[in-house]
Design a binder for this molecule. Structure first.
Ligand code: AMP
Ligand code: MG
Length: 352
């Protein structure tokens, strides 16, 4: 098994040597935001400023969207007891996006699961296994139809709370892409926890190498089951190893099935979604990060069959790597020549 750090990072090594060309200037930033480790790397003149501007953007979004931060717009909304709150255009745009992902995925994606996540202790790291009766009661407060918008005014029905944890980092990666484009950065990457933006190519012209983590080794963030070769792309993984606790020999993870209020037991242990960050002619920036993030969570809940039917429907332009609990790795055809299994223990199938 190959060891890599994080989902990306396999390739931050320059391979220029002996050709008389000075290596492009490298800048890197590591910091914690949105409750996760972030690593930004950029090459070329001005890369330091580009990364700093991208970081400011991510920190701004963290302050807007963190439901545990009493200064955030999401916190204000969650604590307004049904009153209308001016949530601002950006948060309203995100709520609209979240609504369309719920509709498209048959409600597998649901940002109103916040009270349910809290009951499992995932918000405060105070883990417990709630009774089903408690979950059933909390589920009466969930559902996207309990969010009401009027312009930028938003109200949540009493008892309803939102958590954008399944889409916020992907949305932030879209904003990072915008900053990279505006500042003229040509090559680099941004890893926002399990949300990766591979920007351009490596400095040797080859694709970035993005590792897909091995869910069987949750304690080792460097263990990868396969490598994606990506240029101008987003890659986002949802896995049962990212946040979990164990009780009586059973693992309880953080991705909730809205139908039951319990950690999704769909037969999948991780879902990686890949989509372009630039049009084929290279001219148009594509902000697909939020989509990748929302779909990685939703397809995890859906399970293999529904997830693949959803991919085949063509509703969104993406590819996927699904890892099943019986150690199969299903790669959709658009990624077949960009994904390679590393080591043993898994059987890989291409899906069309
Ligand atoms: P991700 O790591 O992107 O899959 O997002 C998981 C996070 O999103 C969890 O920590 C919860 O805060 C929230 N969440 C859990 N289940 C769902 C779901 N079915 N739909 C939307 N958000 C969810
Ligand atoms: Mg997600």
């Amino acid at each position: 098994m190959k060891r890599l750090t994080g989902l990306l990072l396999a390739s931050a090594v320059l391979t220029l040597s002996g050709c008389g060309t000075a290596a492009p200037k490298e800048a890197s930033l590591q910091f914690i935001s949105m409750d996760t480790n972030m690593t930004f790397v950029g090459y070329g003149e001005g890369s330091e400023e580009a990364l700093a501007a991208a970081r400011r953007e991510v920190d701004r979004l963290d302050a807007l969207l963190d439901r545990t931060d009493s200064g955030s717009a999401v916190f204000r909304l969650n604590h307004a007891h049904g009153e209308r709150v001016d949530a601002g255009a950006e948060l309203c745009g995100l709520l609209d996006m979240a609504k369309s992902f719920s509709e498209a995925t048959g409600d597998a994606f649901d940002i109103t699961l916040a009270p349910v996540s809290s009951a499992w202790g995932f918000t405060a790291d105070a883990y417990r296994v709630p009774e089903q009766a408690e979950l059933d009661e909390l589920l009466t407060y969930t559902g996207m139809n309990r969010i009401h918008t009027d312009g930028t005014d938003v109200s949540l029905e009493d008892g309803t709370e939102i958590d954008l944890g399944a889409i916020a980092k992907g949305y932030a990666s879209d904003k990072v892409a915008e900053v990279f484009a505006e500042t003229g950065l040509m090559q680099g990457y941004a890893a926002l926890g399990g949300n990766v933006l591979a920007w351009g190519t490596r400095t040797d012209g080859n694709p970035w190498r993005v590792g897909v983590r091995d869910p069987a080794v949750p304690e080792d963030p460097g263990a990868c089951l396969g490598i994606l070769q990506l240029t101008d792309a987003y890659a986002v993984t949802s896995g049962n190893y990212e946040r979990y606790f164990e009780q009586d020999g059973k693992r309880y993870h953080h991705i909730i099935d809205p139908a039951t209020g319990r950690p999704a037991e769909s037969g999948l242990v991780s879902v990686t979604i890949v989509a372009d960050s630039r049009s084929a002619d290279g001219r148009t920036l594509l902000t697909n990060g939020a989509m990748c993030d929302a779909l990685s969570t939703a397809l995890f809940v859906m399970g293999e069959e529904k997830a693949l039917d959803f991919w085949r429907s063509g509703a969104y332009a993406f590819d996927a790597v699904l890892v099943t609990e019986d150690s199969r790795v299903l790669v959709t055809s658009g990624l077949a020549d960009r994904f390679a299994l590393e080591g043993s223990g898994y059987a890989c199938e291409t899906v069309s």
